[in-house]
Design a protein around this ligand. Structure first.
Ligand SMILES: Cc1cc2nc3c(=O)[nH]c(=O)nc-3n(C[C@H](O)[C@H](O)[C@H](O)COP(=O)(O)OP(=O)(O)OC[C@H]3O[C@@H](n4cnc5c(N)ncnc54)[C@H](O)[C@@H]3O)c2cc1C
Length: 234
């Protein structure tokens, strides 16, 4: 949900977590870690694939991915892209500010799947939090995990510090072009479950590539666009 009526937005926000901003840290040229805290977060869990949202203006919400809960603190990694109400709000947040974070939920078609099939997460800077969710959940279980993330060159080091198993690809002018090339020459066992997220138009190309080039079954490719060319919020 990006836009709704103001009074409906009030009701939606009333059901969220009232949090306090602890920190807004610039991790690299375009990556920001937002940390908020709320007593209700202590003991809360994040199922991989879960997303939350918060209000960015009277009637607008933007979705983000809860990456890590540590005690009563929740972290989210956000990729700056240069415009938008969500980015404007983020860059104005200061420690001590209030931010209502809506309860997180997983879309059924994008849900975490128990089992031992390896997981591959593919996306851009908006997908780092998602990759962190999966990596933490898989932990030392021995289940295979790969995160292929396309970010500007200046952000690659920060991504490796956040996602241990990340394979980073430098972003060039066209979103997703680096990922297309990387995936085309990658090797897969065929047993993986793929989670493609981030730029909508890139996801479509990558899903087609995985199916046509590697014969990956349709059901093994889960997709969730996080943003799309010319669209405000998603
Ligand atoms: C389920 C879900 C989870 C998400 N999790 C995260 C997350 O953890 N971290 C994160 O950074 N983002 C995440 N996003 C993406 C984020 O919600 C969008 O990037 C959103 O558009 C940002 O809002 P905005 O107000 O800054 O820009 P908008 O006002 O929505 O968009 C303004 C313009 O910028 C373009 N745009 C939007 N995002 C990008 C981008 N990343 N790169 C280039 N152009 C862009 C739009 O096409 C539009 O033209 C998630 C989205 C969804 C749906």
């Amino acid at each position: 949900m990006a836009k709704t009526l103001g009074f409906i937005a009030d009701r939606i926000a009333a059901s969220g977590y009232a949090t306090e901003v602890v920190a807004r840290e610039r991790l690299s040229e375009s990556l920001v870690r937002l940390i908020v805290r709320c007593p209700a977060f202590a003991g809360a869990e994040i199922t991989p694939g879960a997303a939350t949202s918060w209000r960015v203006s009277r009637a607008d919400f933007r979705h983000y991915t809860p990456a890590v809960i540590d005690g009563d603190a929740l972290s989210v990694i956000i990729a700056l892209h240069g415009s938008g109400e969500g980015e404007r709000l983020l860059l104005g947040l200061q420690p001590g500010d209030e931010l209502t974070v809506l309860k997180w939920a997983v879309k059924r078609s994008f849900a975490w799947q128990d089992g031992d099939r390896p997981i591959v997460v593919v996306g851009d800077g908006t997908v780092i939090s998602l990759a962190m969710q999966f990596e933490r959940r898989i932990g030392d279980s021995g289940r295979g995990f790969r995160a292929v993330l396309e970010v500007p060159e200046a952000d690659r080091e920060a991504v490796h510090a956040l996602v241990r198993g990340a394979e980073t690809v430098a972003r060039t002018g066209t979103p997703g072009a680096g990922l297309d090339a990387y995936l085309a020459s990658a090797t897969f066992t065929g047993d993986e479950i793929f989670y493609l997220a981030g730029h909508g138009q890139s996801i479509q190309r990558q899903r087609d590539l995985l199916r046509s080039r590697f014969g990956i079954d349709r059901k093994a490719v889960r997709t969730q666009p996080f943003w799309a060319d010319g669209k405000v919020g998603l």
